[in-house]
Write a protein that binds this ligand. Structure first.
Ligand code: ZN
Length: 243
C-alpha cells in the first residue's frame, strides 16, 4: 500500500534572490525533499506552500495525506489558525507529522507539544555530529553510529519540549552545545517526529544520510489507519450483564 506524503513549505527564503537559499534550493526546499523521497516507489508525494489557496492544505489534500512534512521559518504567523486546527485534527485522527528544523516554532508543532519550543541558536558555519542513540529504532534504519553534517546552524539546549517518548538522535556542535535532534511523540492517534537539521542556507537536504532519515521517518509516522473523527461515544449497552 502506498504512503501519501505531503511536503509543506512556507517557500519564502528561496524566492529572495539575495538569500543563499535561492541558489541552493531554486525550486524550493519542498521540491528538493520531494525529489529525495521520490526514490521510494510506494510514496505518493505532493507538495504544498503557504501562498497557495488554503496554504495548499485543502480538506481534500489533508484527507489524502498519511504523513505531513512541515518546513517553515520566517512567517509562521502567516499560517492561518483555521488550517492549523485542521492539521491538528488530522494528527489526532492518525496522520503523521514531521516538523523540520525551524518548524520547531511553527504553529502546529507548538500546539502539538504544548510548550514554548524555544531553544538556543547560532548561525556560524559550524559542523554538527548527529549521534544516533537508538540504532534499532525504525528511523535509524541504514544509518551508522552518527551523521556528520559539514555546515549547520547550531541549535542548543535547552529546547523547551516535553520529554520525547523516544529520543533517537542527539546533535553535537563544534561550538560545544548539544541538542535533542530527533524526537518521537504520539499525539492522539498520530505520530510526530521533530528533526533538527535543515537550515535553509546550507545544502543539508541533499545529504544522502539526511534523506535516509526523512524516508525512514515517513515510514515510521504512517499510521495503520486514520479515522474520520475522534468521537466521544456514549455506550448504551454494556458488553456484559451488569446485574
Ligand atoms: Zn535555520
Amino acid at each position: 500500500m502506498s504512503i501519501r506524503v505531503t511536503i509543506w513549505n512556507e517557500f519564502k527564503h528561496e524566492l529572495d534572490e539575495k538569500h543563499a537559499a535561492s541558489k541552493l534550493y531554486p525550486e524550493g526546499i519542498h521540491q528538493a525533499i520531494a525529489k529525495a523521497l521520490g526514490t521510494e516507489v510506494d510514496f505518493e508525494i505532493r507538495t504544498a506552500t503557504l501562498d497557495q489557496p488554503e496554504h495548499g492544505l485543502t480538506d481534500e489534500v489533508l484527507n489524502q495525506t498519511d504523513v505531513l512534512i512541515w518546513w517553515g521559518h520566517k512567517v509562521h504567523h502567516e499560517v492561518s489558525d483555521a488550517i492549523v486546527d485542521k492539521v491538528i485534527n488530522r494528527v489526532m485522527c492518525g496522520m503523521g507529522f514531521i516538523a523540520l528544523h525551524s518548524a520547531h516554532f511553527s504553529k502546529p508543532f507548538i500546539r502539538l507539544m504544548g510548550t514554548t519550543c524555544t531553544l538556543k541558536y547560532r548561525d556560524a558555519n559550524e559542523n554538527e555530529r548527529l549521534w544516533i542513540i537508538e540504532p534499532n529504532h525504525p528511523i535509524a534504519k541504514g544509518l551508522g553510529e552518527y551523521i556528520d553534517i559539514p555546515c549547520e546552524e547550531m541549535y542548543g539546549e535547552r529546547f523547551d519540549i516535553p520529554t520525547p517518548e523516544t529520543l533517537v538522535m542527539v546533535g553535537w556542535f563544534k561550538g560545544g552545545e548539544v541538542f535533542r535532534s530527533g524526537c518521537c511523540y504520539t499525539r492522539g492517534l498520530g505520530k510526530v517526529f521533530y528533526f533538527q537539521p535543515g537550515h535553509e542556507a546550507y545544502p543539508v537536504y541533499y545529504q544522502p544520510e539526511i534523506q535516509t532519515v526523512l524516508k525512514n521517518a515517513v515510514r515510521w509516522a504512517k499510521a495503520e489507519r486514520i479515522v474520520d473523527e475522534v468521537e466521544c461515544v456514549h455506550v448504551d449497552k454494556p458488553l456484559e450483564q451488569l446485574v
